[in-house]
Ligand binder design. Structure first.
Ligand SMILES: Nc1ncnc2c1ncn2[C@@H]1O[C@H](COP(=O)(O)OP(=O)(O)OP(=O)(O)O)[C@@H](O)[C@H]1O
Ligand SMILES: [Mg+2]
Length: 212
């Protein structure tokens, strides 16, 4: 039985423009109303060293790295994020909400770029061990809708957005596959709806799955 006083680790996953960053803020507010202080963080990044690696991953030309190099960079950043931010916060009883986590590596590098998924699982075991999120919310929506939303907000971090539609379709199918394979941890949320409706679905999922 999980310690009711301990923190929980919640991850938000999904393709470009699915609304992850928007919903992290909403979920943090919702938890606060229920008396749970939380730390909002993101991947790649979420710690000073990991944010340096983020710049290598999200800026620059698409062909800069192959799938395996990307996966190694993601897991290096992830381990720093866990050690510097996530694990210490959970240890002191805070809840942690991460905007992307390891399912993004599996979906983008594995399903999207075709990196060997067994190899990605082995990298997870090495970098993360047997730790995993208490709950993963997979924000699902049509690829074109997500890319249009992301384009409307465009900044410097366009490296993944520049990939072809077929790549993003594989990523979407990958996330749905991951959710189907691990239904105890994952909940798929219809992210094509308006922001309030999605926030309510997420609150329902967190409430029912984590018992708050
Ligand atoms: N449900 C929604 N309906 C319409 N627009 C939305 C919705 N949710 C978010 N947006 C808008 O779409 C854009 C992308 O949202 P957001 O940045 O939250 O997505 P994201 O999943 O974090 O994207 P990325 O993967 O690129 O980081 C933002 O401009 C945001 O205001
Ligand atoms: Mg975002």
């Amino acid at each position: 039985m999980t310690d009711p006083a301990a923190g929980r680790f919640i991850t938000l996953e999904g393709g470009e423009g699915a609304g992850k960053s928007t919903q992290v803020v909403r979920l943090k507010e919702w938890l606060k109303e229920r008396g749970h202080e939380s730390v909002a963080t993101r991947e790649p990044g979420g710690a000073p060293g990991a944010e340096m690696v983020r710049k290598l991953l999200v800026e620059g030309p698409v062909e800069r790295w192959d799938g395996i190099t990307e996966a190694l960079l993601h897991f290096a950043a992830r381990r720093d994020h866990l050690r510097s931010t996530v694990w210490p916060a959970l240890k002191r009883g805070a809840w942690v909400i991460s905007d992307r986590f390891a399912d993004s590596t599996m979906a983008y590098q594995g399903y999207g770029h075709g990196a060997d998924r067994t190899m990605l699982g082995a990298l997870y075991d090495m970098a993360v061990g047997d730790f995993c999120p208490d709950l993963t919310l997979i924000l699902d929506l049509p690829v074109e809708t997500g890319l249009a939303r992301a384009a409307a907000r465009r900044g410097r971090e366009t490296r993944y957005e520049s990939l072809p539609i077929a790549f993003h379709e594989r990523v979407r199918a990958g996330f749905l596959d991951i959710a189907a394979a691990d239904p105890k941890r994952c909940v798929v949320i219809d992210a094509g709806k308006d922001i309030e409706t999605i926030a309510a679905s997420i609150a329902d999922a967190v409430g029912s799955r984590l018992g708050i």
